[in-house]
Design a protein around this ligand. Structure first.
Ligand code: ADP
Length: 485
């Protein structure tokens, strides 16, 4: 059994069952964002290594696509158990390279295992159709087959679970994959290779390459063998990848940026709203695509809400994720801190009032104080831009229709949250929000059983739920004629 974090600190890439270095021997350093220390290196691979990984995945696909659904379900169950047997080591590694608190890291690894178990179950339910035939002597059916080799590109904010949502349905469907984790957090991605090996998944089914994003992404999108690209990351890179996929007409699934509104109506249960607000804003130091970007609060409850949110934000314990009691870790890098700092300055210049935090944390490095800005206005930068940090702007509104309009005034459409105790309003607002995920009186709603995915420039396709396997399958219509009936 794999035993400790060291075993997951794989400083090589997995291609066709072999752990290898970059052809050039070049490496990329990986640092701990809490301390700035170098944890290790990973290969700086490019086009040639990616091409080999794609070819290895294609070779593996020939036999893997013919395994039975039951066999693949059993492999996924073994993978689930391997993850859970190593939950603590994987969580420590994740916290070390990403910065999040150990508690959140354990939660993320648990979530990865949950996705794998869900797709172990879904693997056996990839049903086709028998279609009533308009011809007496023909029979019609629709069968579903794996699309082929998958390219999976993931970000640094959930380096374990974002790959779970891609690798698990790929295996369930009978696809093979080439994964490219973010260079900031490659070890949780490379760990998928080690875990797949340990769980007895055949060589070449899961390949992991690290290195130049443009070169690896370029090859994954241009190579005709790859039949689907699944990407989680910024809208900007998502758009680029969609364009690059046009040349070979690949399927694409995109989980892109968000600008989540969190609406609090006068009739809301304030305690519940504050509890949800803290999770929806400050989880992972505000670095999730479903994190609240804009609090929209109705006039009568506005002041109370700001005071309570500021009070709770002040209480958050900021520190190294590995230390006991830490609730908020560092931001991923200096540029993330500069973005948040810039947004605070912009808001203050335009009349925003700092109700909590507002500056770099006394711990130094990339730590930032949990921040609340009252008197937020549409002209401030964070109205349109994704914050991706522990900064909570609070806007004021008067009427229900105004709240829905403000909430929808964005190119994004991933997650939205609102709090009310009026049932009629709950339905009106829920139906009016142009978002792929809506939390009604709940601030954290992601679960493996439900489809995750955005509208508009937040992306296309769903991950999780029974929908999450769809994009890994082709539907084939078959007409069997000449039956002599
Ligand atoms: P973030 O802001 O979360 O880092 P990005 O969209 O920049 O979002 O990165 C998400 C993932 O996309 C990372 O794995 C990154 O290395 C990768 N990436 C960045 N640029 C490209 C590119 N040109 N082609 C393919 N992948 C890319």
């Amino acid at each position: 059994m794999l035993a400790n974090s060291e075993q997951f600190l794989r400083q090589k890439n997995l291609i066709g069952g072999e752990w290898v270095d970059a052809d050039s021997g070049e490496t990329i350093e990986v640092t701990n964002p809490a301390t700035g220390e170098v944890i290790g290196t990973v290969p700086k691979c490019g086009k040639a290594e990616t091409k080999r990984a794609i070819e290895a995945a294609q070779t593996a696909f020939e036999s893997f696509s013919r395994t039975s659904a039951l066999e693949r379900a059993q492999m996924l169950r073994a993978l689930h158990d391997t993850i859970m047997d190593n939950q603590e080591s994987l969580a420590r590694l994740l916290s070390t390279e990403q910065g999040k608190s150990l508690m959140e890291a354990r939660g993320e690894v648990g979530m990865s295992a949950a996705y794998v178990l869900w797709y172990a179950e879904e693997a056996r339910r990839v049903y086709g159709d028998v279609v009533p035939s308009p011809w007496a002597d023909r029979r019609l059916m629709v069968i579903r087959q794996p699309v082929g080799v998958i390219g999976a590109i993931t970000p640094w904010n959930f380096p374990s679970s974002m790959l779970a949502r891609k690798i698990a349905p790929a295996i369930a469907a009978g696809c093979t994959s080439v994964a490219k984790p973010a260079s900031e957090t490659p070890y949780s991605g490379l760990a998928w290779g080690a875990l797949a090996e340990e769980a007895g998944i055949p060589a070449g089914v899961v390949n992991v390459v690290t290195g130049s994003a443009a070169q690896i992404g370029g090859e994954l999108t241009k190579n005709p063998i790859v039949r689907k690209i699944t990407f989680t990351g910024s809208t900007q890179i998502g758009k680029l990848l969609i364009k690059q996929c046009a040349g070979t007409v690949k399927k694409v699934s995109m989980e892109l940026g968000g600008n989540a509104p969190f609406i609090v109506f006068d009739d809301a249960d304030l305690d519940r709203a504050i509890e949800g607000a803290m999770i929806a804003k400050f989880r992972n130091s505000g670095q999730t695509c479903v994190c609240t970007n804009r609090f929209l609060v109705q006039s009568k409850i506005y002041n109370k809400f700001v005071d309570r949110l500021a009070e709770e934000a002040d209480k958050l314990k900021v520190g190294n994720g590995l230390e006991d009691g830490t609730q908020q870790g560092p931001l991923i890098n200096e540029s993330a801190v500069e973005t948040v700092e810039g947004m605070v300055a912009d808001a203050v210049n335009k009349g925003g009032k700092i109700a909590a935090g507002g500056k770099r944390h006394s711990l130094g490095g990339t730590f930032f104080e949990p921040t609340v800005i009252a008197n937020a206005k549409p002209r401030m930068r964070f109205t349109k831009e994704e914050i991706f940090g522990p900064l909570a702007p609070v806007y004021r509104f008067r009427r229900e229709e105004e709240a829905i309009k403000l909430a929808n005034e964005t190119v994004f459409g991933l997650a939205a949250y609102f709090y009310t105790s009026d049932l009629g309003r709950a339905y009106r607002v829920m139906e009016g929000l142009k978002y792929g995920l809506v939390g009604v009186n709940e601030g954290m709603i992601t679960t493996v059983e439900a489809p995750f995915g955005g509208f508009k420039e937040s992306g296309m396709g769903k991950e999780g739920g029974h929908q999450g396997i769809e994009d890994y399958l082709d539907s084939k219509y078959v007409c069997i004629g000449g039956l002599g009936m």
